[in-house]
Design a protein around this ligand. Structure first.
Ligand code: F6P
Length: 549
């Protein structure tokens, strides 16, 4: 029993029923499931917005799906969902509401936190961002010397970097190509160096993105960026035209020396990893323009509405979340691959790593007791077809079960030449071939029938039975990007709700931060830092020697 009176997840009858069902299905191959149901390829599909979701290549039957939905009902996933949308403080360890959905709510919506409707403030900031973005894009907002802004550099890390950096890549073909937009996150000085080395400070705008405005990497890089600017322009007054801030912390922004008139605000009920459709998206908005940005928000909202209202049988985030639980807890899968067949989605999986792993990488339930079930998977992947020539071997023939999402589009982006557009069918042929090969494999009989020598048959046999979801859309647009991100946000939510963990805190990143601060004087001054273990002490000594200190 949980401290809150709920039965522990792995002791519920729904959990036990799934475990038993898993045993019953142990010898059923995907080939059997397709043979038994000729309509499976169309029957096991759903649509949400512009997304066509095929889940037929999963190791599930109608009974599996029914049992999984019962688990969701028993853990009151929809109850917690409604509490989130209502603005209740479901981030229990930080006592905060979780309202990234309010960032894309329509102007006339009413969503209250502590009795105050937050929607007008959301739209006021969006309007200010739009105005600023238009001024930069049109050249009306100039640098200190009167030169037009040609370069925009976002300095931030984690949720204050990954979202806009990912979305900028995804929507590159919608960006103003006259602008150079770069993202600096790493405290390794090489990052800022490479981002600025070929730029004219007089034409460069820095966007300092930090929810807390205390993150050491961001403040350090922002301080160095200011020095770089002032070394060239030689006038403190230049900061006002070349630095803006995105933050919840006006006091720290002012302390840093950025006029709060140049600050775009967001709120503590927006988690860092859920924030790129808030003010944190300013660099993206400058790149693609306010209209495209709003189209993206509309896309988010399509999936928000679907998640909020679709019945369990047709609810895509619910389905995807439950499938992940099926593999993690009942098939011992440790990881989940996200494999986009679009070059523009090159940073998509890196973004999802924070979204998923920072949210659900927890081992303590909401009541503070250790969990006795698997929680979030390792999320990984890179765009196809590159992955096919690197790690797909392991997915096809290795010893691990790796469920995967395949994301592809019917149309190439408009900007490509006719010749390059023609390559799209080859890309997508690979996309379809891979999920087919993963699901159905190649039997020893099939290999033998090809005349393969007997000693090679085992090596050239593909067991198959590897589960995949296929997500297909016509075109990669701002709206479709919003739909995809909201889909994953809510999938992560569903899993956290079933696992009874707080998906919205991130205490696990704190210890390393504290220790880094403590270790730094040992590196720089050779200070004797109390509490250093023997290994770290020796490593610090080796480092100092190598640096000639
Ligand atoms: O890595 C921890 C973290 O707190 C993330 O959750 C967050 O996105 C990131 O640091 C950056 O934080 P901030 O936006 O406050 O600089």
């Amino acid at each position: 029993m949980n401290a809150d009176g709920r039965t522990r997840l792995n002791q519920t009858p729904e959990w036990t029923a799934l475990a038993k069902h898993r045993e019953e299905l142990a010898d059923t191959h995907l080939r059997d499931l397709f043979a038994a149901d000729p309509a499976r390829g169309t029957g096991y599909t759903l649509r949400v917005g512009d997304l066509y979701i095929d889940y037929s290549k999963h190791l599930v039957t109608d009974e599996t799906l029914r049992l999984l939905r019962e688990l969701a009902a028993a853990t009151d996933v929809f109850g917690l969902r409604d509490a989130m949308f209502r603005g209740e403080k479901i981030n229990v360890t930080e006592n905060r509401a979780v309202l990234h959905t309010a960032l894309r709510a329509p102007r006339d919506a009413v969503i209250e936190v502590d009795g105050e409707n937050v929607v007008p403030a959301v739209h006021a900031v969006l309007d200010r961002m739009s105005d600023f973005a238009d001024r930069v894009r049109s050249g009306e907002w100039t640098g200190h010397t009167g030169k037009r802004i040609k370069n925009v550099i976002n300095i931030g890390i984690g949720g204050s970097d990954l979202g806009p950096a990912m979305a900028y890549e995804v929507l590159r073909s919608f960006t103003d190509r006259a602008l150079t937009v770069r993202f600096v996150s790493n405290v390794d000085g090489a990052d800022l160096h490479e981002a600025t080395r070929d730029l004219d400070p007089a034409e460069t705008l820095f966007i300092i993105a930090s929810k807390t405005f205390t993150t050491i990497e961001t403040i350090t890089n922002a301080t160095s960026a200011r020095q770089w600017l002032l070394a060239a322009l030689g006038d403190e007054a230049a900061v006002a035209k070349h630095f803006v801030a995105l933050s919840t912390n006006a006091e720290k922004v002012a302390e840093f020396g950025i006029d709060t008139a140049n600050m775009f605000e967001f709120w503590d009920w927006v988690g860092g990893r859920y924030s790129y459709d808030s003010a944190i998206g300013l660099s993206l908005m400058i790149a693609i323009g306010p209209d495209r940005f709003r189209e993206m928000l509309d896309g988010f909202r399509i999936v928000d509405d679907h998640f909020r209202t679709a019945p369990a049988e047709a609810n895509v985030p619910l389905l995807l979340g439950l499938l992940g639980i099926w593999y993690g807890s009942f098939h011992d899968a440790q990881s989940h691959a996200v494999l986009p067949y679009s070059h523009y989605l090159s940073k998509f999986t890196a973004y999802l790593q924070q979204l998923d792993m920072e949210s659900n990488g927890k081992s303590v339930a909401r009541d503070g007791r250790p969990v006795e079930w698997q929680t979030g998977p390792v999320v990984w992947g890179t765009p196809g077809t590159n992955g096919q020539h690197a790690y797909y071997q392991l997915i096809h023939q290795g010893t691990k079960l790796i469920p995967a999402d395949f994301i592809g589009f019917a149309e190439p982006v408009a900007e490509l030449s006719e010749e390059l557009k023609a390559q799209h069918d080859l890309l997508m042929a690979n996309f379809f071939a891979q999920t087919q090969a993963l699901a159905f494999g190649k039997t020893a009989e099939e290999v033998r029938a090809e005349g393969v020598p007997e000693e090679q048959v085992a090596h050239r046999t593909f067991h198959g039975d590897h589960p995949t979801t296929t997500i297909l859309a016509r075109k990669l647009t701002p709206s479709v990007l919003g739909q995809l991100i909201a889909l994953y946000e809510h999938k992560v939510f569903v899993q956290g709700a079933v696992w009874n963990i707080d998906s919205f805190d991130q205490w696990g990143v704190e210890l390393g931060k504290v220790l880094a601060k403590r270790v730094e004087p040992a590196l720089t001054e050779g200070a004797d830092v109390p509490g250093l273990d023997a290994s770290t002490k020796a490593l610090v000594a080796a480092y100092r020697e190598l640096r000639g200190r």
